[in-house]
Write a protein that binds this ligand. Structure first.
Ligand code: SF4
Ligand code: SF4
Length: 625
């Protein structure tokens, strides 16, 4: 019933993910205690699987077992050890749920989880006691000396006819609980036991910031074409398996900036809402062609939830079973925007300005290079020879007063270092990123095609961008439209120039804390270079949430142009920056510059927000008075 999603290929990377994320439990082990708790139970289940078969054989004939493996002392030892580890895991899980009660479980099905934990404890306890009764009956001498726990427990049994009966009761109880567990599984959130490993295998293998393109005809979408996710029948098979795989662990909710600042969106509740609607309507949709499923918005999730997302990717990174929340949210937006023209009214001017003026600021394209006046920057005309590096300035750094400083600094530094670079000036248009994250895929694709044509004509091979959103679009999304270039962020190029000694900054005493942009650090792994620049000009001090675990500035997902409900995300981040005691809040993104500078002003903090390029330029040449 589900729509296609191409997840073929990349087999080595998929197998690596399976080994590291599923078998190795890497994401879960980021939090040591709950991670070990889950790992013990998960690994225990894998190791103990053969013991279930052994018990089934023993029901028919207690003297029989699996050939070879069933009579290995070392396997008896491993089974003993893992029974204890699983029980320790179950006890820890109860302590976490009943005593610690982390906020991330808010909204999860707690009763269901308790029942599953009781069933797991029952399976393992009956297994241990059954092994012990066999030892007491002298039926597995080979295992007795190897299994200290079962051996010790065998003293509970006298060895007479009562033990014979107890052995029968225990083996039957063991299998009855295992079968009850299997029967309950598809009706509970523990369905993830069956689907999570599949979901991890088919998860994204690269370019985490890339969105899957929609395919249109030459003339654009047809009138009655269904776009994005309107009902359960519009979801792709990966999105369906995503919903089956959610463990309701709440790790995504815990790191979501929207949820943390009191908004309606919880990525966990979003996935659970989609799953509930899928379970409610899927069988009818499968059974009757004329069945009309109900809209996902506002039935599974509300409009508010869909528009609260800043596409920061924190949820996707944290999810232990490779659920791709952003794809769900953008597909819901695509349907609302392109099929129903339904989106927050305050975002309308942005979409209109992008379409009419080729930038979300609504400024004249002829002014795009105004920031570069007097700096001697070459503006590339059609037919000009390609520069070594094409500087893609982006709309924010071209038109916003505060963000322009970064473009000016970058241009001065590249000139000082003797780099042959040029800009496109009025021929550079919006990459289409804000329209795409808003759900208007058609507008995005028009800009993608236009920009790719300009870039291919320019002959540029290497592009440097100031904006992580432009960086992500040019590097990860334009290849889908015929544009493949070497794309670097300005912090990467500037750090290289400092390393080579082509820029020589002087190091000051001021404390600087660096804010990682989501689209640079989390979506594109650029972490070290901006920090190199900070360390070259001042004394770095890190915030609590840093690197790939950064906290959004609040601008992503086109939120720069939307009203914010709840507490402002930018003020939350500024508070965290101020807690470091730094005087300067360094950024490497024009949107972060604007949002965090606003946050400093509205929260009355004493912090200066500046791009790493600006800080570097100042350390080379002291600022003019
Ligand atoms: S992408 Fe960010 S804002 Fe959106 S649901 Fe995930 S964590 Fe929340
Ligand atoms: S979506 Fe992933 S991280 Fe969030 S609750 Fe479900 S399994 Fe946990």
């Amino acid at each position: 019933m589900a729509k296609p999603s191409d997840r073929s290929g990349e087999v080595p990377a998929r197998l690596r993910n399976e080994a590291v994320i599923a078998l190795g439990q890497r994401k879960l082990l980021q939090r040591v205690v709950p991670g070990l708790m889950h790992a013990f139970i998960f690994w225990g289940f894998i190791v103990l699987l053969p013991t279930i078969v052994m018990a089934m054989i023993a029901i028919a004939d207690r003297g029989e077992t699996i050939p070879w493996l069933g009579r290995q002392g070392w396997f008896a030892l491993i089974a003993d050890v893992f029974c204890v580890l699983v029980l320790a895991g179950v006890v820890t899980a109860f302590l976490i749920r009943k005593i610690q009660r982390p906020a991330r479980f808010e909204g999860s099905h707690m009763g269901e989880a308790d029942l599953i934990l009781v069933l797991i404890a029952g399976i393992v306890a009956t297994l241990l006691l059954w092994h012990a009764s066999l030892i007491a009956l002298g039926l597995n001498e080979w295992g007795a000396s190897w299994s200290p726990v079962s051996n010790a427990l065998s003293n509970l049994f006298g060895g007479g006819s009562g033990t014979h009966d107890a052995e029968r009761v225990l083996v039957w109880a063991h299998i009855a609980i295992v079968l009850s567990f299997l029967a309950y599984l598809p009706n509970s959130k523990h369905l993830h036991i069956a689907t999570a490993v599949v979901n991890v295998y088919f998860g994204r293998t690269r370019a985490r910031g890339r969105l899957e393109p929609l395919r249109f005809d030459e003339e654009g979408p047809e009138e009655d074409m269904r776009l994005g996710s309107g009902t359960v029948t519009d979801m792709t098979w990966k999105q369906v398996v995503d919903t089956y795989s959610c463990t309701e662990c709440g790790r995504c909710q815990d790191v979501c900036p929207a949820w943390a600042t009191g908004k309606a969106l919880s990525p966990k509740l979003l996935i659970m809402g989609l799953r509930d609607q899928l379970f409610a309507e899927g069988p009818q949709a499968l059974g009757a062609a004329e069945f009309e499923p109900s809209p996902l918005v506002p039935n599974a999730v509300t409009d508010e939830v869909v528009w609260d997302c800043v596409t920061c990717g924190a949820c996707v990174r944290e999810c232990p079973v490779s659920i791709e929340h952003i794809d769900h949210i953008v597909d819901l937006r695509r349907h609302l925007v392109m099929n129903e023209a339904r989106f927050p009214s305050e975002a309308e001017p942005m979409l209109r300005d992008v379409e009419r003026s080729s930038n979300p600021w609504g400024k004249a394209q002829s002014d795009r290079a105004a920031w570069a006046e007097g700096l001697g920057v070459r503006v590339l005309e059609p037919g000009d020879p390609a520069p070594d590096v094409l500087y893609w300035v982006g709309c924010a750094a071209s038109f916003d007063e505060r963000a322009r400083t970064s473009a000016e600094s970058t241009a001065k530094l590249l000139t000082a270092a003797g780099i042959d670079f040029a800009i496109l000036g009025p021929r550079e248009a919006c990459t289409g990123d804000p329209a795409r994250r808003m759900g208007n895929e058609y507008v995005f694709q028009s800009f993608a095609e236009q920009n790719v044509e300009t870039l291919n004509e320019s002959g540029a091979k290497k592009i440097v961008t100031s904006c992580p959103h432009c960086f992500n679009t040019l590097a990860n999304e334009y290849p889908d439209f015929g544009g493949s270039y070497e794309v670097v962020h300005h912090s990467e190029l500037l750090a290289e120039l400092v390393r080579e000694g082509r820029i020589s900054p002087s190091r000051g005493d001021r404390r600087i804390t660096y804010h990682d942009s989501c689209y640079l650090a989390r979506h594109n792994d650029v972490l070290a270079e901006p920090r190199e620049l900070v360390a070259a000009v001042g004394q770095p001090v890190e915030m609590a949430r840093t690197g790939k675990r950064t906290f959004c500035c609040g601008a992503g997902g086109a939120h720069m142009w939307m009203e914010e409900r709840g507490r402002p995300i930018n003020e939350e981040r500024v508070r965290e920056a101020a807690e470091t005691g730094a005087e300067t809040l360094a950024v490497a993104c024009p949107y972060c510059t604007i949002m965090l500078d606003d946050g400093v002003r509205t929260s009355g903090r004493d912090l200066r927000v500046a791009d790493v390029a600006t800080l570097l330029a100042e350390s080379v040449e002291p600022p003019e008075e």
